[in-house]
Write a protein of this length. Structure first.
Length: 618
């Protein structure tokens, strides 16, 4: 009996220990699941039932065996020895009663345990329903948040694509602008080279024209010398002719007048002599005037040569300065091209660096978004665990009402677990704030990099504007140099034209002086020379004299008409060339000047050639 009592008490103690251990295991297991965010499902509850059912079976089997033993002992027949030992039987009965009470306690504990197990199954089913309800609501909220996140991702992706397209457009515009600037600079360089070639050709033309002008000046000097020699020869011839005319006149007066009119003839001769003296004085005055004119012409010619030399020196200095300036301009253009190439390379490097920074920033943003998604998922899991813990706390509060003894421990565990959960929530919040600050920093960095790109683009635009201004200044300098050169060419051409006009006017004056008809005395002397021959030849008839006079008048009329024609052309040419520039000077003007000079030379040759009647007389 003692063994049975011990076994029954041991069974009761084991049952209580198993109940306590099962409750403790359930509490610890649920706390572990709540801490790690793992929710038990239906399969786990079924496994738990399967784990606990063999223990119950073994306990029930042991209880059944003990009850069978007790029944067998109760039905056993007692002997006389046993009847004698009443006290022993009483003690045994008391032991049986105690064992029965212990068995009843064990059975009651088993019933309580079975009821608790049944209640636990109901609670687990309720818990599964609540968890499923929570899971469905959480799933719906998660799906909505995932859809929102997908929409945000799409929007951010579209925004990034738009930003990339804008950056690509700005880059293409910058490249097009750079190519246009390069093309414009090349065109400017080509224009400058073409202008330099034109200037070189103009300088060569100027040198050729200067050499031609020098040749013409030498020719005009030779012509002037020839004209001077011709004038001196004409003067000597005129003097001889006058002497011959005087002799002829004297002989004619002696033959015509009678001896009784010698006095009258002498008076006439005296008058003629006084007239001749006056004419000689007039001729001397004209000679002095001509000498003064020649000296003035020589001085003017020297001044013109000095001015031409100075103009040539100025032109050579201006050309040297212009060549130096052109060299400086070419060097500056090469320097500007080098600067443009360096700027283009720097722009390409900055573009690649910005693309790398943008890609890094995008990668960082994507990583941060992933971290945010993970943190959000983790926070959602924590919220779900909190909700589950709330449900569990409610269930535990219900259980605490049922089990007052375990309430203090469970409340302490719950408070500790809630504190841990609050600490985890605070950590998650701090992480979310840190992630938000990191996102803000990355956004600010992206904005700063964008501003830097805009500033660099603006700097490039300002540099291109400065290059344009420099090119415009260079162009203005070149245009001013060209205008100065054109003005110098115009001045040279005007000087040449004035010199030519002066030469032509002098030639015209000389020709007009030679064209003027002879005085009546000279005609009379000519008639005398024609009527008398000093060598004893026969005198010419009146008809031949008339014919010679008519021929001379015709020739003089022809020369006069030619001179009038030349004068009209010269006036027209002067009127046309007063306001003309070097660029307006055409080949037709050169031809006109050449034709006028040819006509003047012909007139000069005609005037220098002796007339027909003089040839006949000689």
């Amino acid at each position: 009996w003692s063994l049975s009592l011990d076994t029954s008490s041991n069974l009761a103690a084991k049952l209580k220990q198993e109940l306590q251990t099962s409750d403790h295991l359930d509490a610890s297991f649920m706390a572990y699941l709540q801490y790690h965010g793992i929710f038990p499902d239906v399969m786990e509850s079924m496994r738990e039932k399967e784990i606990l059912s063999p223990q119950l079976k073994s306990v029930l089997k042991m209880v059944y065996e003990e009850s069978c033993k007790i029944l067998a002992l109760s039905e056993h027949s007692f002997g006389f020895r046993e009847l004698k030992n009443v006290h022993q039987t009483r003690a045994m009965m008391e032991g049986w009663q105690k064992e029965g009470l212990a068995l009843l306690d064990a059975i009651q504990s088993l019933k309580d345990y079975l009821s608790k197990v049944a209640d636990r199954g109901d609670k687990e089913e309720q818990r599964q329903m609540v968890v499923e309800h929570l899971f469905s609501s959480d799933r719906n909220s998660l799906l909505s948040e995932i859809q929102d996140l997908r929409a945000q991702l799409r929007m951010t992706h579209l925004q990034n694509q738009e930003k990339l397209q804008q950056l690509q457009e700005t880059l293409t515009n910058a490249e097009d602008h750079g190519s246009k600037q390069e093309h414009q600079l090349r065109r400017k360089v080509e224009l400058l080279e073409y202008k330099l070639q034109q200037e070189k050709s103009i300088v060569s033309d100027l040198h050729s024209t200067l050499s031609e002008e020098q040749k013409r000046v030498s020719e005009t000097c030779e012509l002037l010398n020839q004209e001077k020699a011709a004038v001196s020869a004409l003067k000597s011839e005129l003097y001889e002719h006058k002497q011959e005319n005087e002799r002829l006149q004297k002989s004619l007066e002696e033959h015509q007048r009678e001896i009784d009119k010698f006095r009258f003839e002498l008076e006439n001769k005296e008058k003629d002599l006084t007239a001749a003296l006056q004419e000689l004085q007039a001729e001397r005055l004209t000679e002095t005037e001509l000498r003064g004119l020649l000296e003035e012409q020589q001085l003017q010619h020297k001044k013109a040569e000095d001015e031409k030399k100075k103009a040539l020196e100025d032109l050579q200095a201006a050309l040297e300065l212009q060549s130096v300036q052109n060299g400086q301009l070419s060097v500056s253009l090469e320097h500007e091209q080098m600067i443009n190439d360096n700027l283009r390379k720097e722009l390409q490097i900055e573009h690649s660096r910005c693309e790398a920074l943008l890609s890094q920033e995008q990668n960082k943003v994507s990583e941060l978004k992933r971290n945010l998604d993970a943190e959000r998922n983790h926070s959602l899991e924590l919220l779900n665990s909190l909700n589950h813990e709330r449900v569990l706390t409610e269930q535990l509060s219900m259980r605490a009402r049922e089990d007052a003894s375990c309430q203090h421990r469970e409340s302490l565990l719950e408070q500790a677990f809630i504190r841990e959960l609050q600490a985890q929530l605070e950590e998650e919040r701090s992480r979310t704030t840190e992630l938000a600050s990191i996102i803000d920093k990355t956004h600010q960095k992206a904005i700063h990099s964008k501003r830097q790109l805009e500033a660099e683009v603006q700097m490039c635009c300002e540099e291109t504007q400065k290059e344009r201004e420099i090119s415009n200044k260079l162009r203005a300098i070149l245009e001013s140099l060209q205008s100065q050169k054109e003005d110098q060419n115009l001045e040279l051409q005007h000087r040449r034209d004035e010199q030519r006009i002066k030469d032509l006017q002098e030639i015209l004056a000389v020709l007009k002086e030679r064209e003027s008809p002879p005085s009546p005395n000279s005609q009379r002397e000519l008639f005398c020379t024609l009527s008398k021959d000093p060598n004893g030849k026969q005198p010419m008839t009146k008809e031949s004299e008339k014919v010679n006079l008519q021929q001379q008048q015709q020739q003089l009329e022809k020369i006069r008409q030619q001179l009038l024609f030349v004068a009209a052309h010269l006036n027209e040419f002067i009127y046309k060339t007063v306001d003309k520039t070097v660029n307006d000077w055409s080949a037709s003007n050169n031809e006109a000047v050449a034709s006028l000079l040819q006509t003047l030379k012909e007139l000069k040759s005609d005037l220098l050639s002796p007339p027909a009647f003089q040839v006949r007389t000689t």
